[in-house]
Ligand binder design. Structure first.
Ligand SMILES: [Zn+2]
Length: 384
């Protein structure tokens, strides 16, 4: 859920005055407005299928209607030459505001609420930005991040963590057009379709609460299973945060994926590297060069016919696949051109261990105790 967003998106959108006003609002003003979060829900959709009631499509900058129907509508949208195709008709608008009645609208597979903007980025793909209030945003992602039948104290910890993470991202202003993307690199936001009463219970019970350090929202990183010990932030992301310190965690031992194995041939590894743009034709060796204090692999060397490729742990997981090399807490044996990985945990290991939160909640710990266990020296404050 953490990534270096060092790339540039070509979306000709100007940040709206509302977002600027919200960004300037103080973090600790109790009783203040609920911040709004801009989420990129679709990043490069060739086509959008929009279903809903009272749909209006408005050219955002010229304030002209492209479509308006008070009843039920089904609309197909795509990017056209310097404009938008709406039900096969081309309109000269690059950014469109979508309004609807009834609280939610369906776009492709997702139910969404709040303010929606659709932009043509390259004449062949559309981007959809969803602006929602922070509480709805957390409710829309909590069930994607944690099973809804988990103990309420674990869900409440997740709600506070997710709310804090979103505010931290928003405060970075890394992208001019949105604060979060909806994929697992940020937080998995699937919109109103995944909200349920237990998710809302956890959100409402912790309404407005965030985790702070030095009066500011923390980078509330979290992951699925730490595998026995969480990681120091500097060893995973190269920057030391005083609250992201390694802690022992026996609470996640009950997780089904606590231990894992994965086998991969040299040939397959070569194919994956080539697909990622590396120049080689064959892999002949693999060696762990460096481990962190918690024994996670921080540098691994892949020996190829075109020289050595040294990768850090995160890059190695990206090459092999995040769901295959489930963590960097692994050991490896090579045999007959095949690498046998055996490891523990799932994810980068920094911050809250979600299965650990589950284990703690099952043992009777509160959401506040869970948060203070995984984030050191922090406070839980009510922001609004
Ligand atoms: Zn754990």
């Amino acid at each position: 859920m953490f990534k270096n967003m060092g790339w540039v998106k070509r979306i000709p959108v100007r940040t709206c005055a509302l977002v600027v006003a919200v960004l300037l609002a103080p973090y600790t003003a109790s009783g203040g407005p609920i911040p709004r979060i801009r989420v990129e829900v679709f990043s490069d959709a060739p086509t959008l299928h929009i279903e809903g009631r009272g749909i209006q499509l408005i050219d955002t900058y010229r304030n002209l209607y492209l479509f308006k129907n008070p009843g039920d509508s089904y609309i197909v949208m795509s990017a056209g030459n310097n404009g938008m195709m709406v039900n096969e008709k081309l309109y000269a608008a690059r950014i469109v505001t979508l309004l609807f009645s009834g609280g939610v609208v369906k776009i492709n597979d997702r139910l969404l609420r709040g303010h929606l903007e659709i932009a043509n980025i390259d004449d062949s793909h559309l981007v959809v930005i969803n602006e929602v209030d922070l509480e709805s945003y957390v409710a829309g992602l909590i069930n994607a991040e944690m099973p809804h039948d988990w103990p309420l104290e674990a869900l409440e910890a997740q709600a506070v963590v997710a709310r804090t993470y979103a505010l931290w991202q928003k405060g970075r202003h890394l992208n001019q057009y949105y604060d979060m993307d909806a994929g697992f690199m940020d937080q998995v936001y699937s919109g109103a379709g995944s909200e349920d009463t237990r998710g809302w219970d956890a959100v409402n019970a912790t309404r407005g609460q965030i985790i702070t350090y030095g009066g500011k929202p923390i980078l509330a990183m979290y992951h699925s299973i730490c595998g026995g010990e969480t990681e120091n932030s500097e060893d995973a992301i190269g920057y030391r945060y005083p609250y992201l310190r390694s802690v022992k965690c026996n609470f996640c031992r009950i997780a089904p994926g606590f231990r894992w194995k994965y086998a991969m041939s040299f040939r397959r590894l070569a194919r994956e590297l080539i697909a990622k743009g590396y120049h080689l034709s064959a892999v002949s060796g693999f060696k762990v060069l460096k481990r962190s204090r918690t024994h996670r692999v921080t540098i691994a060397r892949i020996v190829t016919d075109r020289g050595n490729i040294d990768l850090d742990g995160a890059a190695l997981r990206a090459v092999i696949g995040y769901d295959k090399l489930r963590s960097t807490l692994f050991w490896v044996n090579g045999k007959d051109g095949t690498l046998l990985f055996s490891g523990r945990g799932f994810g980068h290991g920094v911050g809250m261990c979600q299965w650990g939160a589950y284990g703690m909640a099952k043992k009777g710990y509160t959401y506040k105790q869970i948060i203070h266990y995984y984030y050191k020296g922090v406070r839980i404050e009510r922001m609004y």
